[in-house]
Structure formats: C-alpha cells, structure tokens
Design a protein around this ligand. Structure first.
Ligand SMILES: [Zn+2]
Length: 334
C-alpha cells in the first residue's frame, strides 16, 4: 500500500466506498492520515493533522469534487495535535462545518493555550514550532461536544461516537456504520505500511503522555471489537482490514509487554530512567518485528533494516517511554 517515499502523493485514495484516505504528510509520508467520509447529503473530515496538513485536505476535497460548503462536520478523535492541531485552520476554511470533539477536549480547541503548553513540555519549544506552527482556536459556537453514543448522519451514512479512554481521557472512536469501520485515532495503536508482511499488519501501541491508562485502553479495544467491525481506519496509518480480531490480540499483547517492561525498570529517576525504558521498548519493537517476519537479518528474514525500523518508530519510542513513566509514577503514588 505504499507509494514509495519521495513519489508525489496523490490527493486521496478511496479505501472503502465513500471513505477517502488523505496523507497529511505530517513529518513524513504514511505517518498521519486524515479521512473524508461521503454521505448522500454531506461529507465529514475525520482528523485534521497539523495546521500544515490543511491544504492537503482541501486539495483532496477539490480533487473529489466536494464543495467546501458540503462539509458538515470536522471530527477529531482526540486533541493531541497530530490529530487536531489543524482543526481551527480547517474549520475556518469550511464555511458550514461544525467541529465534533470529546467533551473533555472541546475547551482545549476553543482556547489552545494549555494544549500548546502541554505539547511544548513534551516536544520542546523549537520542535513544537516546527511541527505545529500556529494553533488557531475554534470558535466556541462551532463546537459540538460529543459524548458516548452521539450520532450524526451525513445522509444514509450514520457515524456513531464511542467513548474510548486509555490513550487519553479525551479520546473517542467513530464507527462508520455503512462500511462497518472504525476511525480509531490512537486507540487501535500504530500499524505502519512499511511493516506489513503478506498483508498482515505489525501492531504497536501508542502510549503518549499524560493520560495513559492501560486497563482502560484494553477495555476500549475490546469495546470496538465487540461491535464486530470489518475494518479499521488508523490515523497512523491507513486501512487495516482482514483479520481485525487477530490485530486486536496482537495489540493487547504488545500493550501488556509495554507495561511489563515499564514495571521491570530498576528504581531511578529522570533522564536515565527514560532512556532505559526507551531502550527496553526498542528491544520489544525489534523482537516483535523479527517475530512478524519483517526484520532484515533476523531468523525468518524480512525486508526492513534494523536502522530503518528504529527510525520509523523513533518518536513513538520516545513518547511511549514518557507516557508509561508518567502513568507508572502516578500509579505508584496513588
Ligand atoms: Zn494521541
């Protein structure tokens, strides 16, 4: 499913009837998706990427022949900025669109100051500016706070919101009833196209700070599977179809392994502790890729060089270690 990096990216790819995948080109190709869902009456955009991704989304709408006035909703699964950083910029460009967001996330998109400060704490000021630029607030009157069970209809195309805590408390997932597919945000982990082997995804969790809750994350995954979805639309990255249940099992195991490795850390503090956990997660990643048949030079062979694998997951390993440590410290104090 990859274009080959460096090739000019198409405006969109239709992965199921009326479901368009847009590569936001956030950081690199095939890292962060936005989606366009077309109903009989209107369209929705699900996930926005960063502000720099918005021209890509507008170009996809134009290439598909969807007038900007026909977009009724912009939906963000949660307010982490690789999912929602472009919300204000996009809503400004779509005259009728309302923003659909988790009740716990809404105020942060209306007044992004806290979100910006939190993100600078994670990425550092320079990297933050480079990744996200300016965060445009969303006018409060255009925000819909969507709790569990909230439904919207694009015209013979109902979308249903399910609360999905675990990765963050401000996270929901969106079921497209027509295609029986979930827009999973970060709740169904990462499955990068570069790591597929024989059509099978390699599943890896995303345990970003600061609201990680592993038991809640397991429960949210189970809740999605209980709906018997046929496919998943992952923000990171793309269509996951085939054996969705097997992918969920692999993800459950990988989350448990993350938790085990975090709990096994020797006592210590600060940067050394973070580096130790990051290394332990890198070891999990490489062992997992080898077992999956993706890693070049491993028994069983594979196509992905070790250095390339570590590069693809570099930011994830860093953030996953941070998120696990924040969770662990809170759990030990509580
Ligand atoms: Zn996230």
């Amino acid at each position: 499913m990859t274009n080959g990096e460096g090739a000019p990216a198409a405006a969109f790819r239709e992965v199921a009837p009326g479901v368009l995948l847009v590569d936001t080109l956030y950081v690199r190709p095939h890292l962060a998706a936005a989606w366009i869902v077309q109903g009989a009456r209107s369209a929705a955009v699900v996930e926005t990427g960063a502000a720099s991704s918005v021209p890509r989304i507008l170009a996809a709408l134009e290439a598909r022949g969807i007038p900007r006035e026909d977009v009724s909703h912009v939906v963000v699964t949660h307010v982490h900025l690789d999912h929602a950083g472009g919300a204000g910029t996009l809503v400004r460009a779509l005259p009728r669109a309302e923003l659909v967001v988790h009740p716990r996330g809404a105020r942060h998109l209306v007044d992004p100051a806290k979100l910006v400060a939190g993100s600078i704490a994670v990425y550092g000021e320079a990297r933050f500016r480079e990744l996200y630029g300016e965060i445009v607030p969303v006018p409060a009157e255009r925000v819909i706070e969507a709790g569990d069970g909230f439904a919207l209809d694009l015209g013979e195309r109902p979308l249903r919101i399910l609360d999905a805590p675990g990765h963050a408390r401000h996270h929901f997932v969106v079921l497209d009833e027509a295609s029986r597919g979930f827009f999973t945000g970060d709740t169904f982990g990462l499955a990068y196209p570069e790591c597929y082997v024989g059509g099978r995804p390699f599943m890896f969790p995303t345990t970003t700070p600061v609201q990680l809750d592993p038991p809640a994350l397991h429960a949210s995954i189970d809740r999605m599977i209980a709906e018997r979805p046929r496919r998943m639309y992952l923000t990171h990255y793309g269509l996951l179809d085939g054996d969705v249940g097997a992918a969920a099992e692999a993800l459950h195991r990988a989350i448990d392994e993350h938790v085990r490795r975090a709990r096994a850390l020797p006592a210590g503090a600060g940067a050394a502790r973070h580096a130790a956990l990051r290394d332990a997660l890198a070891e999990q990643l490489l062992a997992g890729l080898a077992a999956h048949g993706a890693l070049r030079g491993a028994p069983g062979g594979g196509h992905l060089p070790r250095e390339r694998a570590l590069e693809l997951f570099a930011t994830d390993l860093d953030l996953n270690a941070q998120g696990l440590l924040v969770w662990l410290e809170a759990a030990q104090q509580g």
